[in-house]
Design a protein around this ligand. Sequence first.
Ligand code: APR
Length: 252
Amino acid sequence: MSDAGSVAVLAERLAAHPRTTVLTGAGVSVASGVPSFRGMGGLWKGKRATDMATPDAFARDPAGVWAWYDWRRQQLAMCAPNRAHEVIASWSRSLDDFTLVTQNVDGLHERADTENVVRFHGSIWEVRCWENCDASPGSWWDDTAPLEAVPPPCPYCGGLLRPGVVWFGEAIPPDALERSLAAAECELFIVAGTSAVVHPAASLVDVARDHGAFTVEVNPDETPASGSVDLVLRGPAEEVLDAVEALGDRPA
Ligand code: APR
């Protein structure tokens, strides 16, 4: 794990209550038993997760893509937030100006009671009409109940439902993008558990740096962001963030 000095640097920064933004990726959920996209476990029935998360893949085989999302929803229902989610949730309550931008669609940050969450890539627990039929709300809505059919039908038009996640080639929801860009103009920007290869999420750390933020990466592995952040904390997020929190001097 990263050295005690680096952990102390982040703890001291946080103790000053800076305007803080945390960007998370699949790595923060690994300790909860959720496979990351590009690591081991990013395969399902021989297919790469990244190949199924596209509008083309869904158009070709909605039942196959939904079978994968249904399987992930069932797995996630059995997972619980880990120490990384808990520490981030604690910061969201104790820091004066805090935003969490997450690329994760698993809902674990919300289940840890994190405040001010921006879901950059949507949520696996939401759905939308694939055809955007006139009868449906026109945006994603909550659907956490186990699926009765795969693929599930739109309750408004009988057509297809699609998962409420942002696929490769799709635009980030405008509200999420706007809030994230505003939050990137902060004093402390922490990027945790992301391979930092998917844009525009990976560019948020550049926005933060350009704004003058102190930038930190928490990851057991090197990423494209590693060379340009001010501080690298090498290690699993659940261990590193726990160590930072243990040194913290902030009211709960
Ligand atoms: N703690 C922190 N980081 C970890 C841990 C851990 N315990 N275990 C693994 N990691 C790191 C990996 O080293 C890797 O850098 O987490 C990162 C996970 O990377 P990806 O699987 O690429 O996930 P992510 O960066 O979230 O992917 C971005 O791509 O597939 C799309 O839309 C999907 O939101 C996703 C986006």
